[in-house]
Ligand binder design. Sequence first.
Ligand code: ATP
Ligand code: MG
Length: 271
Amino acid sequence: MSQPTEFLSYFGFHTTPFTREIRVQDLFVHEIYKDTLEHLLHTVNQRMSATLIAPAGTGKTALLRALKSRLPDTRYRVHYVKVTNLSKRDFCREIAASVGADAARIYPALVRRIQERFANTLDTDSLRPVLLVDEAHAMSPDLLGILRILTTFDMDNRLVVSIILTGQPPLAKALRHQKLEDVAQRMAHQATLRLLSRKETDAYIRHRCQITGVSACPFDQGAMEAIFEIGHGNLRATDHLAFKALEMAHHASCNTVDSNHVTTARGMLCL
Ligand SMILES: Nc1ncnc2c1ncn2[C@@H]1O[C@H](COP(=O)(O)OP(=O)(O)OP(=O)(O)O)[C@@H](O)[C@H]1O
Ligand SMILES: [Mg+2]
């Protein structure tokens, strides 16, 4: 197998293309991305909370990174928490660690500590706390219920922390649970992302090539169409297909990626 560096220079890439390690300033800005980002910024500006619910690979985590970068350090203190299958206590310990509160407490005291920390951030540091909760579809109703407690200050009379609750579509179903009606009601905005159109996918592929320094996009029109037909405009699927197809073309000593390379690439991926 060829070395990665050989593969990069073969096509003229300065850095690895289609990787998840993309800088915020290099993210592809498309219509839905722009609109969703503006709505979330507006929600946070109003000290309100929102959900961001969309299928896997549509760019939710990337958008959270973009949102964080748009919230100036001089006005906001942003915390990112990724939820896996945690207990209530472990979830609170994650948040406590992220906000810099003492995590060695029993559960009810831990919740109070986190609340105090949020209130202090606002009152003493004059910074608005923002909590970005990612992968929230993995949260049990019990765990989601904690968000109601965390966002309640002065008997619900005060807006202190904004939460952006992010996850895949099962999160929407979970929030419709009767037990979580009040959590759902606290979400002032419901944001989503969709799959890219054919035109947007073409532009996305060109953009991802361009940010890695190539002078010309190595994918021909047939390859672009095949990527869209297989990946349906899902960003992660597009990345994986495009990267694998580049490897196939390189392996066959072709300078241009065509639809055959994409079809071969598909057979080697779980799509
Ligand atoms: N705006 C963007 N510009 C460039 N690349 C992007 C953008 N959004 C997403 N990507 C790419 O698509 C991949 C998938 O995006 P991301 O991880 O944000 O999806 P997700 O919706 O959070 O998926 P999951 O639900 O599985 O966590 C990223 O690794 C990144 O390479
Ligand atoms: Mg994600």
